[in-house]
Design a protein around this ligand. Structure first.
Ligand code: FAD
Length: 515
């Protein structure tokens, strides 16, 4: 029995474990299905693309996506102490301040505005260039803004952006987002810093903090309208834990599934999966959305491309789609430069060292899909449907993003590197040809969110619409129940412009600070 029980030692769970256990009077327990990392490749930033499908990956798969030539997309998620922060690409971008306005509007709670989250962003951070009004200097997580290590081909791409009139901004986490900057990275001394490295491991020496690894949580223990504990399995043996407060931090896929296995979710889905329904929650598992990247606009190089000294994708460029020179407002599209070939499984990759890639993506996709439980057991694979490229907006923006990538790619500033465009290739020009290429080239950016979204009202419409009823209240407490809060990527109502890890840490920091 614990005062606070955290399910999942992933990105958000590590923050909560460290922050709650600062108070020695609170007994904090953490249950994690995975084990401590033992694979040395995890720490090496350049190795991240090879980590999916290793034994510590939950290795989810989407259902075939009509918008992407009926492809099935692998969705890696970490099953390990540190969660998906042990697999991720280490890019640290908070998003644009306006990205968070819909969160505050949906909840009626200013904590979820950018101004409300800023103390959490700052508290999480040890910025490599020191503290200022935007950055924290002595937080747990190293945020490193590289300079000397940038690849020469990435520098040429940044110069191509500047020649196009794109603002050169020093840092994507210091106010304006539109512009080109080196990628801020959670790397220290050349090594990955996971959320466990930053938060959980240093806290484990506290006597009031207990981490139990290899603990697979099957379902919640529900007594009337109070959630009092969990049923788990450790080394094949059943185990039950109880707590005054449970924080569900299992991520955007596993958190809603755990609620559904416990009988909380859309009644018809639960019935079809053979699960007795105790609370009909039509919003649970809905509002599933993700960023896509087009992988990619690939160029054969005139000379050898030196290997990245960082994590390959060394610079991002956030752009207004109508006017890429515009410095203000939220971006619509993002470009990235990878000092290596980066392609989907449908395209032939050129040899490493002979090519570089411009990635392109849509920052605010409007496609919304659904996660559905298929059976009562933890090992029943979920039905994951992100409904990729199912809206005109997303298709139009994906086209525009690729067009801008090609414009930058063919800039004179890249003449010294570009031999020829390999993908899509100069013969791919018409809208039909571009759409066919996009359907085969897009890959997940690994940012699924939204399946237990926050909002002021349980069933009724809030500012985000009745189509996706909220699941947790403004304090991230499960609507209609006492004793359980959801704190992870699943509560995000609308995806921010950038990679989502920074925002997830800020959500957890803000939640922990409120109690
Ligand atoms: P997670 O970190 O996934 O944690 C969930 C934890 O719960 C896991 O440890 C899991 O094992 C555990 N768990 C789940 N079910 C159970 C259960 N039943 N019982 C016990 N434990 C359970 N974001 C960025 O900002 N920048 C990037 O560059 C970036 N690149 C990415 C690249 C990849 C390959 C991936 C996979 C993700 C990437 N992301 C990136 C996304 C980011 O890592 C995730 O959004 C974030 O880590 C999710 O945090 P979370 O706390 O919601 O869940």
């Amino acid at each position: 029995s614990f005062d606070i029980l955290i399910i999942g030692a992933g990105s958000a769970g590590c923050v909560l474990a460290a922050r709650f256990s600062e108070n020695p009077a609170i007994r904090v327990g953490v249950l994690e299905a995975g084990e401590h990392p033992s694979d040395p490749d995890i720490a090496i930033p350049q190795k991240w693309p090879s980590l999916p499908d290793r034994p510590y990956d939950w290795a989810y798969r989407t259902i075939p996506q009509p918008g992407t030539a009926n492809r099935v997309h692998p969705w890696p998620r970490g099953r390990i102490v540190g969660g998906s922060s042990c697999l991720h690409a280490m890019a640290h971008v908070r998003g644009h301040a306006d990205d968070f306005a819909p969160w505050a509007l949906a909840t009626g709670d200013a904590r979820w505005s950018y101004a409300g989250l800023l103390p959490g962003f700052r508290r999480s951070e040890a910025f490599s260039r020191g503290a200022d009004a935007h950055h924290g200097g002595d937080g747990p997580l190293t945020v490193y803004l590289p300079d000397d290590e940038l690849s020469p081909v990435v520098r040429a791409y940044m110069a191509a952006g500047v020649a196009r009139g794109v603002p050169l901004i020093g840092d994507h986490n210091a106010g304006p987002l539109n512009g080109v900057a080196a990628n801020s990275l959670t790397i220290r001394d050349g090594k990955r810093v996971s959320a466990a490295d930053a938060y959980l491991l240093p806290a484990l020496e506290r006597p009031n903090l207990t981490l139990i690894t290899g603990a697979r949580v099957h379902r919640l223990v529900v007594a009337g309208s109070r959630i009092t504990g969990v049923e788990a399995e450790i080394a094949g043996a059943p185990a039950t834990f109880s707590a005054g407060m449970i924080c569900l931090c299992a991520g955007a896929i596993a958190s809603p599934l755990l609620l559904m296995r416990s009988g909380i979710g859309p009644a018809s889905d639960l019935k079809a999966a053979g699960i007795a329904c105790i609370a009909d929650r039509p919003g649970l598992g809905g509002n599933l959305h993700d960023h896509l990247l087009t992988a990619g606009n690939v160029y054969r190089a005139r000379r050898p491309v030196p290997p990245s000294r960082l994590q390959h994708s060394e610079s991002l460029m956030y752009l207004n789609a109508a006017d890429p020179t515009r410095p203000d407002g939220r971006p619509d599209v993002v470009l990235g430069c990878v000092a290596a070939p980066s392609v989907s499984e449908c395209l032939a990759p050129p040899a490493y060292g002979t090519a570089y890639t411009l990635l392109s993506g849509v920052t605010h996709p409007t496609s919304r899909g659904r996660l559905t439980v298929t059976g009562p057991d933890l090992d029943d694979a979920p039905r994951i449907d992100p409904a990729y490229l199912s809206t005109d907006h997303d298709r139009a923006m994906a086209r525009r993003a690729l067009q801008l990538a090609r414009e930058i790619g063919h800039s004179p500033a890249l003449d010294e590197w570009r031999a020829e465009e390999i993908h899509p290739g100069l013969d791919v020009r018409s809208e039909t040809e571009i759409d066919a290429f996009l359907a085969r080239a897009v890959i997940t950016h690994h940012h699924p969110v939204g399946t237990c979204r926050m909002g002021a009202e349980a069933m009724g419409a809030d500012s985000l619409g009745a189509d996706s009823p909220s699941v947790v209240d403004p304090d991230l407490k499960l609507h209609g129940f006492e004793g359980l809060h959801v704190v992870d990527a699943s509560v995000i109502p609308t995806i921010p412009s950038g990679p989502v890890h920074a925002a997830i840490l800020a959500i957890a920091e803000t939640f922990a600070a409120g109690r």
